[in-house]
Unconditional design. Structure first.
Length: 183
């Protein structure tokens, strides 16, 4: 089992499978309330947000549509390069749409700050952000995030979509990566 193999790579479990499920259900309930009379377009940011997107979209009871973007700023390291590249763009025209960006994590905030500005320039009715995790101590830019699952300490985390050098994305929980793995 992968989860047994990686225990020594982790300092501790930060969010269990059950805690993630509950957090995602709470986020979905808030989104259902706020978008009761609006069609929302969920924009998942690949690859990290793939798990949140899959679970959140199924927990939302309102009508939604989905699209995906791929951007990358981390490459294979643990620090944002600050340079965001679009690897795959949306297929949906955003004109007049209510857009909700779905992310796994806000770390420096550089990716989302750039992405929100980029999507706002395409004529949508609104652009909001939903992130499962946020590291308040790591943020380098002010960013207004409407839905946050949980604030976490400034440590590199993996699992539930989050990777280090493309590994660990398929863990069912979120864990803190031990420094010996990346130093
Ligand atoms: O707030 P920031 O410091 O900008 O970091 C957050 C971003 O970094 C990660 O993506 P990454 O570039 O690693 O791509 P990935 O989702 O494919 O792993 C994560 O999924 C967020 O998109
Ligand atoms: Mg990554």
């Amino acid at each position: 089992m992968i989860e047994d193999d990686v225990r020594e790579d982790l300092l501790h479990v930060l969010m269990s499978k059950e805690e993630i499920q509950q957090t995602v259900a709470d986020l979905a309930a808030q989104i259902d309330r706020d978008y009761a009379d609006k069609d929302v377009l969920l924009v998942g940011v690949l690859k990290g947000a793939v798990m949140v997107m899959a679970d959140l979209s199924r927990a939302i009871r309102s009508h939604i549509t989905m699209d995906f973007m791929a951007v990358s700023s981390y490459g294979s390291g643990t620090k944002s390069s600050g340079v965001v590249r679009i690897l795959k763009d949306l297929e949906t025209d955003l004109m007049g749409r209510h857009v909700l960006i779905v992310e796994d994590i806000i770390d420096s905030g550089l990716t989302l700050s750039w992405l929100k500005t980029n999507l706002e320039s395409r004529g949508p009715a609104s652009v909001e952000i939903c992130a499962l995790l946020r590291k308040p101590e790591a943020m380098k830019t002010e960013i207004d995030v409407k839905y946050v699952g949980r604030d976490i300490p400034n440590e590199f985390v993996v699992g539930y979509g989050l990777d280090f050098a493309e590994q660990y994305r398929n863990l069912e929980f979120v864990g803190t990566l031990a420094p010996h793995v990346y130093s």
